[in-house]
Ligand binder design. Structure first.
Ligand code: TRP
Ligand code: ZN
Length: 508
């Protein structure tokens, strides 16, 4: 045994001496994954499998302190690598050894380990940090929304920067454990399932676990005084909902909407197939914003969305994202139509189900609503540009594109595609082009012209929705706007607060 060990040590030494001639010199990982809209988002050179986020938060001062442990694998020989983060860092360890670090650029944390990391090897990174996230601004805003009783991290395309260091791009999904210590009487909400809590000396620790792959922007954290409810759907899926104790007049309408989550997720499963995650729910914190976000399993809603009464349409929209956006995520941010076009279309299906206007009527209404010279038609939903990533064209023209697909391939193939795609790409990433290829495979039709017309042409298409019987625009009244579908206003409210196309959604 001993002798063999000596022999193999000798051959290992020979191998080691031979390595420098053939192996690549370790080099820095890229400061971005190469997303054309956001060149610095995410990082190159490694792949994260798990985030363990352990924090302490003080609602009175907005002080957030903690440690995040990242499990990753090097995808190149690394001399150093970046994380994306904006809070103050006190210490970084790489595989247990202190590493040098520096905060650079808009949100880069450059980490230089004391020895290079070989391609393919596992890396454990520990980052110790603190900060007042509500006061740290980038591009004029903070994604950390302060509330009277705490704070919330929910934003798109970026929210993670303000609460944990990460490889912040949808292409690097990971599992998550989130554990937060807060003063007794304050609650903590995050993604997935609660794995228990414990109290000691005036502080309570809450633990949450997401066991399915999750993109960093879909991780959420809410701290405040909540009424938390847990239940299960008839099919046995845990449902967790939470309402700020300060929703005032909006409390009833918020609950009358979000408490229908279980029913609506079951209804959507009929169209999109098996629900991809192990829990579902939503929370309504006391924030002044006007938007919702499809944070994975635990959806973020703003009270303002319930100021005009219950709104099941927005719940349907965010639940649809669990398949279209969360389980199947964009490959690049330019693929946003795969999220918003389908989430909007699901609202049209719900409208049809509720007898408030059919999908075809809504498609025809969108077509007639915007005259050809309206800037609406200059945005290409298939590649809207970073400045128009969330403009209404991505949603509304995007959903007309889905209706045009339906009319071209017929209902049977269409609903086969709608259900098949989330199964085909479950927990992965995809491009608009890959969706087109999939739809062509299932339908047996060439769809290039259709996709070019509806998603990639910066002007109003000549025909309402390809192959559609032009019923809503036919006849002598063809120039007139068709009657407004009853669901129209509610549906528009889903994203009316960022019609300017800003992804930041802060107070606009
Ligand atoms: N994806 C969100 C939705 O349509 C909308 C959204 C875009 C958003 N940018 C945002 C939400 C920024 C919050 C913050 O459901
Ligand atoms: Zn959406």
């Amino acid at each position: 045994m001993r002798k063999r060990l000596i022999v193999s040590a000798a051959s290992a030494l020979a191998l080691l001496l031979a390595v420098p001639a053939s192996a690549a010199t370790p080099s820095p990982g890229a400061a971005g994954v190469g997303d054309p809209y956001y060149p610095t988002y995410g990082n190159g050179g490694y792949d994260v499998s798990h985030y363990d986020i352990r924090l302490k938060y003080q609602p009175a001062t907005d002080l957030l302190e903690g440690t995040t442990t990242i499990l990753a694998t090097a995808t190149q020989d690394l001399s150093r690598f970046n994380l994306d983060f904006v809070l103050d860092v006190q210490q970084v360890l790489v595989n247990g050894r202190a590493a040098r670090f520096a905060s650079t650029g808009e949100a880069e944390l450059e980490v230089t380990p004391d020895r290079p990391i070989a391609k393919g090897s596992p890396v454990t990174v520990v980052v110790r940090y603190s900060g007042v996230p509500g006061e740290v601004e980038r591009d004029g805003y903070s994604a950390w929304l302060r509330t009277p009783d705490g704070g919330v991290a929910a934003n798109e395309p970026v929210a993670a920067w303000w609460w944990f260091p990460s490889n912040d791009h949808p292409t690097d999904k990971a599992t998550f454990d989130v554990s937060v210590l807060v003063p007794d009487g304050t609650q903590v909400i995050s993604n997935g399932l609660s794995t228990g809590q414990s109290s000691r000396a005036g502080w309570t620790r809450y633990n949450w676990r997401q066991t399915k792959p999750q993109a960093t922007y879909l991780a959420t954290l809410a701290i405040g005084r909540f009424d938390v409810r847990t239940d299960t759907t008839p099919s046995g899926l845990p449902v967790i909902t939470a309402y700020s104790k300060d929703l005032g007049e909006n409390d009833g309408a918020a609950r009358a909407s979000v408490e229908r989550t279980g029913e609506l997720v079951d209804w959507l499963s009929g169209y999109f197939g098996e629900y991809p995650f192990t829990s579902v729910g939503g929370y309504v914190p006391n924030v002044p914003t006007g938007y919702a976000l499809e944070t994975q399993t635990q959806i973020f809603y703003s009270p303002a969305q319930f100021a005009r009464g219950a709104n099941t349409s927005v719940v349907v929209h965010e639940l649809a994202h669990q398949w279209y956006g969360d389980s199947v995520s964009v490959q690049r941010w330019s693929d946003i139509w795969l999220n918003e076009g389908f989430a909007r279309y699901s609202q049209w299906l719900w409208s049809e189900h509720e007898n408030e206007g059919t999908a075809q009527e809504l498609a025809d209404y969108v077509y007639s609503y915007y005259p050809a010279d309206n800037a609406f038609w200059t945005v290409k939903p298939g590649d809207p540009g970073a400045d128009h990533q969330f403009s209404s064209a991505v949603y509304d023209r995007g959903a007309v594109a889905v209706q045009a697909l339906r009319n071209t391939v017929g209902d049977e193939k269409f609903f086969q595609i709608l259900k098949g795609w989330p199964a085909e790409r479950r927990y992965g990433n995809a491009t608009v082009q890959q969706f087109q290829t999939y739809a062509e495979r299932i339908s047996g039709k060439k769809l290039g012209d259709l996709f070019t017309t509806w998603l990639f042409t910066p002007s109003k298409p000549a025909v309402p929705s390809a192959g559609a019987p032009a019923k809503a625009v036919a006849g002598p009244a063809s120039a007139a706007l068709p009657q407004e579908p009853r669901s129209w206003k509610k549906i528009q409210e889903t994203n009316s607060l960022h019609d300017n196309g800003s992804g930041h959604g802060h107070g606009r």
